[in-house]
Design a protein around this ligand. Structure first.
Ligand code: SF4
Length: 349
């Protein structure tokens, strides 16, 4: 049976004055009903562009999906017309954006904005749409939903605005919810409430969910499977426990190392030195080679494979283990780490 969503070898490029920015290059993942997939990585790694590609919201020009397939229940969204996508967006696949203040329209009330989506997709009367909107505001835990229905976005706190965004996204019972950094703009206590709400709603409604974040803490909370992205590529993929307790890729190790730890006293927080390279100027070989602490110049002096040959995604362990990694030297790195008694970052916490 076809998966709910299959992203297969998708390539999304932007044609800019500085050259071709390969924002997403040969990325694949899938999702089933009721599942949560986490896409994790720093800003500029291609996570959001891959999600916008699913929604077909890439501005063209300068952007274009130049290869691959996005199969939603077997239907290739890449081939759909804009009219067909309008039926799918918000109805079958909905998205929550990072900053609710800029995503909500300031000149319409929260209720009117939810009504609009319901009337467009569900072909119901204005009265029925209003009832649905109030029901959704109640579902996402907004107090006095009848009153909030009439409020403008600026009258609500950040946490309530994000709840309105979630209510709007869920108003047409989507089969897939894409949440792009849904808690980043919120303070920590509100973050925990929103994550709890998202988890509860997913359990109740049985949607497939893709959660995009740079925060491995968020992934640990909500996600069963994780794709780690770096500079347009998936560099490691597995179930969450494997990523946290048995990471293989130096970038995943770096991300885990840079999680703040309570018992580290005055030690400085570990960081991954440098920045994600510009999408118009990725290295020829491994995209992580400009920042990798294991790059061959440090452990394999005579070999320049890291710089010249792009590492393919390789299976870790048996084929039933669902763990892949894109690093030429992941086995050697593991041996070296074991020899040196280096703990998995998670265990070292
Ligand atoms: Fe580091 Fe080389 Fe592995 Fe890339 S291929 S992650 S540069 S060791």
């Amino acid at each position: 049976m076809a998966k709910l969503l299959e992203v297969k070898n998708i390539k999304t490029f932007f044609y800019t004055d500085d050259g071709i920015a390969k924002a997403v290059d040969d990325v694949s993942y899938d999702l089933d009903k009721g599942e949560t997939l986490g896409l994790v990585g720093e800003s500029g790694c291609g996570k959001s562009v891959s999600a916008l590609s699913i929604m077909r919201l890439i501005p063209d020009p300068p952007g274009k999906i130049v290869g691959g397939e996005i199969l939603f229940k077997g239907e290739n969204l890449v081939k759909n017309t804009e009219r067909q996508m309008q039926d799918i967006r918000g109805n079958d696949i909905a998205m929550i954006f990072q900053e609710p203040m800029t995503s909500l329209n300031p000149v319409f009330t929260c209720g009117e904005q939810i009504d609009e989506a319901v009337i467009l997709h569900q072909k119901v009367s204005k009265e029925e749409a209003k009832n649905r909107a109030i029901e959704m505001l109640r579902l996402v835990g907004i107090p006095s939903p009848e009153q909030r229905y009439r409020d403008y976005p600026h009258q609500l706190s950040g946490g309530l605005r994000q709840r309105v965004m979630i209510a709007m996204a869920l108003s047409c019972n989507p089969e897939i919810l894409i949440a792009d950094e849904p808690t980043t703009a919120l303070d920590v206590t509100v973050q925990a409430q929103i994550l709890e709400l998202i988890k509860k709603l997913q359990d109740t409604l049985g949607m497939g969910m893709i959660i995009i974040t740079h925060d491995l803490g968020v992934i640990a909370e909500v996600s069963k499977r994780v794709s780690v992205m770096y500079a347009s590529k998936v560099v490691e993929y597995s179930i969450s426990d494997e990523i946290f307790y048995n990471p293989k890729h130096p970038y995943t190790l770096g991300l885990l190392n840079s999680i703040p730890k309570l018992n580290k006293g005055k030690d400085r927080l570990a960081t991954i030195e440098g920045n994600v390279p510009a999408a118009t100027n990725y290295p020829v070989g491994c995209h992580f080679c400009t920042r990798c602490s294991y790059v061959d110049s440090k452990i394999y002096t005579a070999d320049s494979k890291c710089w010249n040959v792009e590492p393919p995604l390789e299976q870790v362990g048996g084929t039933n283990q669902m763990h892949t990694v894109a690093c030429h030297y992941w086995k050697d790195i593991q041996v070296r780490r074991e020899r040196e008694g280096e703990k998995v970052p998670h265990e070292a916490a």
